[in-house]
Structures are given as structure tokens and as C-alpha cells.
Design a protein around this ligand. Structure first.
Ligand SMILES: *Cc1c(COP(=O)(O)O)cnc(C)c1O
Length: 402
């Protein structure tokens, strides 16, 4: 955490909390390092669903090759913020209206998730003579989890709404080669099979996807020019200092690309790009001793930062002590060296960290939750209990040599 972030939070009045603070300089430095670690024929897209705030999208604009969007809403939003940005449009259950919108905006890549999507797109294009679109078939493959170790979430190789099972992929590939589908230009495949992978596991999954793509291209005689291997790079909430090894991953991709000349390999991380630049800052309202444990009640809670509740982790945090205590009564404080950090909601699930070690934590102290730049505000149930919304602060990017 930079001094600027800390200063900003220390200077906010109590009723200006909770607040989301995004360090756009840190975001740009990090994204530039990710970019620099990737080989030349690798493209970096940002998965907008991780954090679609306009300031975040714009801060990444010259550091990513494009944005992955998974709904008509994201599509319209990213296009409005960055009209020139390259877009890849995926997601299951694309409605006819979303399909029409994507055609109107002219997305660069379509990630087709079912045979019906393929047929609908072809049917719409039939009414637009001369118009072609570039498509990737989204595959549902086993991620090979046996070899990967513990993974936060696997969606490949099991029943899901995402992508095409191997036999469905065969059918779609035959269709794409058939008369009536000439306006769909097949570029290759897309897959997003797991999340929470470290670099060796991510590399193994990527190799698996590329191997399948090469095999499909040979068998169905299409020119394979692109593989999009998805996102899912791990963020370690238990140990924020342990980062995904982008250098090792990039070196592995370089080797992989040497074996497949002419291939463009695209990745589309979300979490691992933006998690580190965001903070959810708030203050301690009260500290209670409850059946032998210390419970700190914070202004705000999981209705603003839902991720720890949904993923079942403790959100890492830093305490910013406040010395001033203007009241005549004793200041409520943690007595056991450990505290459960709860929010204001009337549910026992509203906990951001369980029995976390703290040296000092008193009413009016500030708490800054880290790793709150991805899947934080935008996946939370804001309106439950009708507490006020947090403020948003974006620390402007300084000059950066990239
Ligand atoms: C969510 C998603 C991503 C980004 O995943 P992260 O775990 O945030 O890196 C990329 N691609 C697709 C298709 C997704 O659904």
C-alpha cells in the first residue's frame, strides 16, 4: 500500500467511509509488468467482469490488447468508455438483442458457446450480405485437475452452461465448413477452464487447450490462427505477497508458441490484473466481547465486499490506527489479540475476516481491506439493508515508463 493511499484514507471523515480506493498507478505498473512478461505472439485482454469501473478500464487502455465482455451490458459499457477498444464477446445465453447489439458495434471476436448461437449468428448474417465475423469456438474440456493440485474453481470437463462438449464441438466444426456458414470465419478456439491456478498449472492448462486446438484444426482442415486460453490466474488471499509468476508463465508461453508457428495466443485475466490495486477502507464502529472472542463491528460489510463470504476466505487487511478518542467512556478495544471483523448486516454471514491476528484494534480505528480491486463492489448485494453506498476514489496514474 502506498503512502498516498494511506494518506487519503487517514484524511477522510468518518461519514465519508466506507470508501473504495483504487491506486491507478499501481494498476498500471502491475499491468505493464504482466505485459512485459508475455511473449510477442501473446495478446493480453482484460476480463471486464472483474471490475468494469470506467477509470479502471481506461487506466488499462494502452497496456492491454482488448477487453473480454460477457453480456450486452458489458459490451455497451466498455464500448461507451473506450469506443476504439478491441472486444471479445463471450458468455452463455446471448439473447437475440445482445447478438444484434454486438453486430451493430462490430465486436472483433465472437466466442460461440453453443450450436444455437452459431446458427443464430449465421442466420442474422445471411440478411447482411458481404458482412463477415471472426469466431472462436468455446470448448468445454477437462482442465486436467488431477495434475493441477488444489484449484479454486474448475468449470471444464463437467456439466456446465459454458462452451461445447467435445462431440458438440465436432458438430459445430462440420457446420462451419458447410454451405450457409461462410460469413463466420473460424479463427480457432477459446476455453476458460478453471480459476485460482498458479503459473505451472496455468501453463499446463494452456498447453492442453493448444494441443486440442491443433488436433481439431488438423482433423477438420481449418487454419488455426488463434487460441484464447481464458483467465483464472490465481490471487492468494491468504498471502497477498505471493503473486502469480508472470515471468515463468510468459517464458512457458514463449516455448509453447515456438512449437506452433503462426499461432496467436490470447489470455484474458480479470482478477489477477485488478485485485491488487483496490482497497475497501472503513472504520471500526464498535468492539464487543462475545462468548470469549473479540468481534469488531465495521461501518459497511459484505454488501460492499462480498468476495470473502462467497469464496469462504478471510480478506487481508491493514489497520490504520486513529489516536483521537473524544468520548468520555472507555474506548472499546480488542483484548485477545484476535478479532472477527464483521459488518453491519443482520446476518451471521456478514464477516470479512474470522479471528484474525491484530495487535491493536479499537473503535474509530481505520481498517483497509486489500485485494479489493476485483470481484468486490460489482458482485456485492448493495441494497440489502439499505446502508449508504461507499464513496469511490481513483488515485490518478502518474507518469509511467512502459
Ligand atoms: C471470468 C472469466 C475470465 C476472467 O477470469 P479471472 O479468474 O478473473 O481471471 C476470463 N474469461 C472468461 C470466459 C470468464 O468467464
Amino acid at each position: 500500500m502506498t503512502a498516498a493511499v494511506r494518506r487519503l484514507v487517514a484524511g477522510l471523515a468518518s461519514d465519508a467511509l466506507p470508501a473504495y480506493v483504487y491506486d491507478l498507478t499501481a494498476l498500471r505498473v502491475h499491468a505493464a509488468a504482466v505485459r512485459a512478461a508475455l511473449p510477442e505472439r501473446a495478446e493480453l485482454y482484460y476480463a471486464a467482469k472483474a471490475n468494469p469501473e470506467p477509470e479502471i478500464l481506461a487506466a488499462l487502455a494502452d497496456l492491454v490488447d482488448g477487453y473480454e465482455v460477457s453480456s450486452g451490458g458489458e459490451l455497451a459499457h466498455v464500448h461507451q468508455v473506450l469506443p476504439q477498444a478491441a472486444l471479445a464477446f463471450g458468455g452463455p445465453g446471448k439473447t437475440p438483442a445482445e447478438t444484434a447489439l454486438a453486430l451493430r458495434i462490430g465486436v472483433g471476436r465472437w466466442h460461440l458457446e453453443s450450436e444455437q448461437e452459431l446458427r443464430r449468428l449465421a442466420a442474422l448474417l445471411a440478411g447482411m450480405p458481404g458482412r463477415t465475423v471472426d469466431v472462436l469456438l468455446r470448448l468445454n474440456l477437462p482442465a486436467g485437475s488431477e495434475a493441477l493440485g488444489p484449484v479454486a474453481l474448475t468449470m471444464g470437463g463437467r456439466p456446465t452452461p459454458f462452451g461445447l462438449d467435445p462431440d458438440q464441438a465436432e458438430r459445430c466444426l462440420r457446420l462451419l465448413a458447410a454451405p450457409g456458414f461462410e460469413q463466420l470465419r473460424l479463427r480457432g478456439v477459446h476455453a476458460h477452464l478453471a480459476s485460482g491456478l498458479d503459473a505451472p498449472a496455468q501453463l499446463a492448462v494452456t498447453e492442453r487447450i493448444v494441443r486440442r486446438a491443433v488436433e481439431l484444426a488438423e482433423r477438420h482442415a481449418f487454419e488455426l490462427t488463434e487460441v484464447n486460453a481464458g483467465g483464472g490466474m490465481a490471487v492468494d488471499y491468504a498471502d497477498p505477497a505471493r503473486r502469480f509468476d508472470w515471468k515463468a508463465f510468459g517464458a512457458g508461453l514463449a516455448e509453447l508458441l515456438e512449437r506452433v508457428p503462426g499461432l496467436r495466443l490470447r489470455i484474458e485475466p480479470g482478477r489477477a490484473l485488478t485485485a491488487y490495486c483496490g482497497y475497501y477502507a472503513t472504520e471500526v464502529l464498535d468492539v464487543k466481547q462475545s462468548y470469549g472472542q473479540d468481534v469488531a463491528v465495521l461501518r459497511g460489510g459484505t454488501h460492499h465486499l462480498r468476495t470473502p463470504a462467497t469464496r469462504g476466505h478471510d480478506q487481508p487487511f491493514t489497520v490504520v490506527p486513529v489516536t483521537d478518542w473524544p468520548h468520555p467512556w472507555a474506548r472499546p478495544a480488542v483484548t485477545t489479540g484476535r478479532a472477527t471483523l464483521a459488518g453491519q448486516l443482520c446476518t451471521p454471514k456478514d464477516v470479512l475476516a474470522h479471528q484474525a491476528a491484530v495487535t491493536v484494534l479499537r473503535a474509530a480505528d481505520r481498517v483497509m481491506f486489500e485485494l479489493a480491486g476485483a470481484y468486490a463492489w460489482n458482485i456485492s448485494h448493495h441494497d440489502f439493508l439499505m446502508h449508504p453506498r461507499p464513496a469511490f476514489h481513483f488515485l490518478a496514474p502518474g507518469e509511467l515508463d512502459v
